[in-house]
Ligand binder design. Structure first.
Ligand SMILES: Nc1ncnc2c1ncn2[C@@H]1O[C@H](COP(=O)(O)OP(=O)(O)O)[C@@H](O)[C@H]1O
Ligand SMILES: [Mg+2]
Length: 294
């Protein structure tokens, strides 16, 4: 059974003056348990709409969404799911400690479990010092980190995170990536939206690119990175010499080039693949998608 299943998902919002906004257009996607999936797309692509349908916050016009086989419209689908909204808002007169207790109680955890988990999580997200201060006094980054914290309390099987790295400084981003990789190691499914390709490169098994409500492509990130090799950069020199040579060659030249180097007795100091990064791949899909409209 897949962790996430989206079948023929379509959402039409009523727009201004009777116009209709097609936010999702027959989207099909399955994400197995244990996978980290990056949902990549520009602003307005339909990422949050998909996520809100998955969390049962809005209903699709057509199609179905299921979490571990349970329709997303049923409340029990939420029991095994953690959700970070795009712009998390909290009862800001509470402090972080109280908020996590409230979340733990909502999931019917006992007091001892809530206290133990809260302590670990608050330390992990650097909120321990601030835990007794009202949330209203928190910075944007702290609020975002509390958003991540509240997802972890009930230790769900599936994590649905709407732009989890947004509003965080580099340390916060690195921490969130580390947490995502730990969840993956624990066999959980993490589905997160982003418009930043380097976040996908760092943690995802697969990436799906969404544009104007349509899923353009789903790819293995590892394969994409391999396919993207455009050449090699090689630093080499004769043994005992101070000065080294730098060469940049095309992929098909590698074998002959390396054979020549070894035959001439040179040593290789660095061999680095040059690749078209995920950013270039993403941009090419976005520009193709836009030109298809015309
Ligand atoms: N409640 C709504 N009413 C009308 N249009 C909406 C509503 N929510 C989203 N949209 C529109 O649906 C499209 C997709 O939005 P969204 O899913 O928020 O995109 P993303 O999260 O990828 O930035 C956008 O054109 C947006 O304006
Ligand atoms: Mg969004």
């Amino acid at each position: 059974m897949d962790a996430i299943e989206l079948v023929d998902l379509t959402k039409i919002f009523p727009g201004k003056k009777g116009a209709r906004v097609k936010a999702l257009d027959h989207l099909d996607l399955r994400v197995p348990q244990g996978e980290v999936f990056g949902f990549l797309g520009p602003n307005g692509a339909g990422k949050s709409t998909t996520i809100k349908i998955l969390m049962g916050l809005i209903r699709p016009t057509q199609g179905q969404a299921r979490l571990l086989g349970t329709p997303a419209t049923l409340p029990q689908a939420r029991l095994t799911t953690g959700y970070l909204p795009e712009n998390p808002a909290f009862y800001d007169y509470l402090n972080a400690s109280e908020y996590l207790t409230f979340i733990g109680q909502s999931f019917k955890l006992d007091t001892t479990t809530i206290a133990a988990r809260s302590e670990t999580i608050l330390h992990r997200l650097s909120l321990w010092e601030a835990r007794k201060r009202p949330i209203r006094s928190y910075s944007k980054g702290m609020v975002q980190r509390l958003g991540i914290a509240q997802v972890l309390v009930h230790q769900p099987e599936i994590y649905i995170l709407d732009e989890p790295m947004s509003g965080l400084d580099p340390i916060g981003r690195a921490l969130v990536k580390e947490i995502i990789l730990e969840l993956k190691a624990a066999g959980k499914c993490v589905f997160f939206s982003t418009h930043i390709t380097s976040d996908v490169e760092a943690v995802c098994d697969r990436v799906g690119v969404i544009l104007k409500g349509k899923l353009q492509t789903v790819q293995e990130v590892g394969t994409l990175m391999e396919k993207g090799i455009t050449g090699y950069h090689i630093r080499h020199r004769m043994p005992g010499q101070e000065i080294f040579k730098e060469s940049t060659i095309r992929p098909e030249e590698l074998q002959v080039f390396m054979t020549n180097i070894f035959q001439s007795g040179e040593e290789v100091i660095l061999l680095e693949p040059l690749r078209k990064n995920l950013e270039a791949f993403f941009l090419s899909i976005v520009s193709q998608g836009s030109s298809n409209d015309q």
